[in-house]
Design a protein around this ligand. Structure first.
Ligand code: MRU
Length: 368
């Protein structure tokens, strides 16, 4: 995607052919900077400190992390240790385990002397595939937008399509294009009108900081709303579709995504507004049927107790500033994700096409 007229992806192999560059998302939206990952440890830290985040990008970073480990030491022991360390860098997004398994399987088939080459090739492939997958999701989502826009009747044909999204499932959460935001980009680039309601997504503010940054960079009309505004907007008929990404979806169709997604799905159901989930197949957990078994990341209390932003005070104008929000005596609790049961989901947009929830969902996933 474009930033100041330059095309960026979120992750890339550096010109030296051995280190990996990433956009440092922990500094956005006020500072655009990049970081170089030179070891598996660097990749793990980038994932756990949310320098990179978003399920598909976490997966791609883990693949490159394994490449960095193998470049240093291609032994079985090193691969096992690196896989283990990467696997524990964040618990919820299934793409992490998916990518580690895919690369380590390839490595197990070749001699040690070949492993650095194979790891680089496989990580590069995963990154390239992620771009085409997201483009395909964008293509299918575009058709859905077309249906929803025309179902509003001819008198509203000139009005923008009003989309509400939660967290960041845009290009910053993938290598490029994004999942839930990909159809929005396609729609906008085709000259169609759109307006996006961006949930701020407390406590890490991925909506306010990242989704808003992306949409602003592409010149797409949007407004950031507090997380609790979605129900009001839906009751007032100000939303045509809700579209979100996912960190892990079970083969029954229950959707694990950023905390607060469930409440949006409930409000959408109550107001008869379509609620769609955009996802690559790598976000499907085929091994879990009971979504209560999905490990939900419990993050630091500090993320709730404090907030960081750009200072507007005279003395420190423009500098980053952290303030405490809650009383010194109060504690906080910070679950990172929740589960939206499949009964609240209108449909899934995958790289292969649409899948409707309901009877034989996992068979449908196989058959498209
Ligand atoms: O904690 P984060 O920022 O990694 O959470 C990201 C999300 O919840 C996204 O919605 C999800 O990963 C889908 S991204 C295409």
């Amino acid at each position: 995607m474009q930033i100041d007229g330059k095309h960026w992806t979120t992750i890339w192999l550096c010109d030296d052919g051995i280190s990996v560059g990433v956009i440092d998302q922990s500094k956005l939206p006020h500072q655009f900077s990049t970081k170089i990952l030179r070891s598996c440890n660097d990749a793990c830290k980038a994932i756990s400190n949310m320098v990179v985040r978003g399920a598909p990008l976490i997966g791609v970073t883990a693949a490159y992390g394994l490449m960095l480990a193998v470049q240093e030491d291609p032994s079985d022991k090193s691969i096992e240790e690196a896989s283990n360390q990467l696997f524990h860098s964040r618990p919820t997004a299934i793409n992490l385990a998916w990518a580690i398994e895919r690369v380590s399987k390839k490595l197990s088939l070749v001699d040690k002397s070949q492993r650095a080459y194979i790891a680089k090739k496989e990580a590069g492939l995963i990154a390239e595939e992620d771009i085409s997958i997201c483009k395909a999701i964008g293509h299918h989502g575009y058709q859905l937008f077309e249906e929803i826009a025309s179902s509003r009747g001819p008198e509203r044909v000139m009005e923008p399509l009003r989309v509400l999204t939660h967290c960041n499932a845009g290009w910053l959460a993938t290598v490029d294009w994004g999942t839930a935001l990909a159809p929005i980009y396609k729609w906008h680039r085709n000259g169609r009108k759109v307006h996006v309601w961006v949930d701020e997504t407390r406590p890490r503010n991925q909506g306010a900081s990242l989704t808003a940054f992306e949409l602003a960079s592409e010149g797409i009309p949007h407004k950031v709303v507090v997380d609790n505004a979605g129900g009001y907007l839906m009751q007032k008929g100000m939303v045509d579709i809700v579209i979100v990404g996912t960190d892990r979806t079970t083969s029954c169709g229950d959707v694990c995504n950023k905390i607060g997604t469930y409440l949006k799905a409930l409000a959408a159901k109550d107001n008869k507004i379509p609620f769609y989930v955009a996802l690559p197949y790598s976000s499907i957990d085929w091994s879990i049927k009971d979504s209560s078994l999905i490990p939900i990341e419990i993050r630091s209390e500090k993320e709730v107790a404090y907030i960081e932003g750009k200072s507007i005070s005279q003395n420190s104008k423009g500098n980053s500033s952290v303030v405490r929000l809650i009383p010194e005596e109060s504690q906080s609790y910070n679950p990172g994700f929740d589960i939206t049961p499949v009964r609240l989901v209108s449909g899934f947009i995958t790289e292969k096409g649409f899948v409707q929830p309901g009877g034989g969902f996992s068979e449908k996933l196989f058959s498209i």
